[in-house]
Design a protein around this ligand. Structure first.
Ligand code: ADP
Length: 306
């Protein structure tokens, strides 16, 4: 499994990547986690990244690419990886393609998790995390008044970039810089849109189906396995769906044209024959021209079909 998870902040990439990792034994490689780890360890790189992350902007491509390159060179990534949060812009996508080409591990699919904006906001603003075990909660679904982790009782905290004033910036950055990747990967025939709303287990099922689906050549991508069960596919995914549909339509037209070719040829031949027959009959019976003229008239529409 060599896949990229694409989607807005709060779309559930991290949660689903962790589940895919647990079930399929392929490591989740999260650029956000790698960066947060560097920040926590106060490495040079972490110190550089901290303020940028807290403002909701993207950390420089060089820093992130370095982290990803190191991570992918570890032995556990030799049999595949689930990239979560990387790439986040076209330059990163191109760097990733070059890197994967170097190590002979090309991408198999890019899964786009689609979630409505109001739900994204709700998920991000309400997210609380346990500093001890990493469990993720949402204040909307927690017992009223609860502030501690149900696993270990540790006091939950809010990620600095989940503060309301930063969330808007992150979504804006996603739209401007990451969203173009939808078209990029659609053109490469790698994109598969997955409805990211509803029960976690249902989303996971759809993700798994999309991740394991056999690769199909560009222009013949099908999204049947990824159609929404409950949630309508909107915004970003709509664009992706549209261009996928277009390619499918194009493909279907080509097939239909090919199938129609022999019939067209036969019709052409028949029309030619009729015209020739009409001409020779005309020659043979120049004197009795009336019935022949009628025949000639009949052959015209067929000949025009050429
Ligand atoms: P989310 O996807 O919910 O925004 P992440 O944990 O993936 O959260 O990322 C948190 C922050 O880390 C981002 O807002 C950004 O500042 C930084 N970051 C993560 N991945 C990248 C990346 N590929 N390129 C640049 N910055 C990144």
């Amino acid at each position: 499994m060599r896949i990229v998870l694409l989607g807005a902040p709060g779309s559930g990439k991290g949660t689903q990547a962790a589940r895919l990792q647990a079930k399929h034994g392929v490591p989740q490689v999260s650029s956000g986690d790698l960066l947060r780890d560097a920040v926590a360890r106060k490495t040079d790189l972490g110190l550089q990244a901290k303020a940028v992350m807290e403002s909701g902007q993207l950390v420089s491509d060089d820093i992130v690419l370095g982290l990803i390159r190191d991570r992918l060179s570890r032995p556990d990534a030799a049999n595949g990886f689930i990239l979560d949060g990387f790439p986040r812009n076209i330059d990163q996508a191109n760097s990733l393609a070059a890197l994967l080409n170097d190590i002979g591990q090309p991408l198999e699919a890019v899964l786009l998790l689609d979630v409505r904006k109001d739900l994204l906001l709700q998920r991000l603003a309400g997210r609380r995390i346990c500093p001890k075990c990493g469990a993720v909660y949402n204040v909307m679904s927690m017992a009223s008044g609860a502030t501690g982790c149900t696993n270990d009782g540790a006091e939950l905290y809010q990620r600095p970039d989940d503060k309301e004033e930063v969330i808007g910036k992150r979504l804006e950055v996603y739209e401007a810089q990451t969203r173009p990747l939808v078209e990029h990967y659609t053109k490469l025939g790698l994109l598969r849109a997955v409805a990211g709303e509803g029960e976690l287990d249902d989303v996971f099922e759809r993700m798994e189906a999309a991740a394991l689906a056999k690769p199909v050549p560009a222009g013949k991508v099908t999204v049947r396995a990824t159609q929404a069960k409950r949630a309508p596919l909107k915004t970003v995914a709509k664009a992706a769906q549209k261009s996928i549909k277009k390619s499918v339509k194009k493909g279907a037209k080509k097939v239909a044209a090919k199938a129609a070719k022999p019939a067209k040829k036969a019709a052409k031949k028949a029309a030619k024959k009729k015209v020739v027959r009409a001409k020779s009959t005309k020659k043979a019976s120049k004197k009795t021209s009336k019935p022949v003229a009628a025949k000639k008239k009949k052959s015209k529409p067929v000949a025009r079909k050429k």
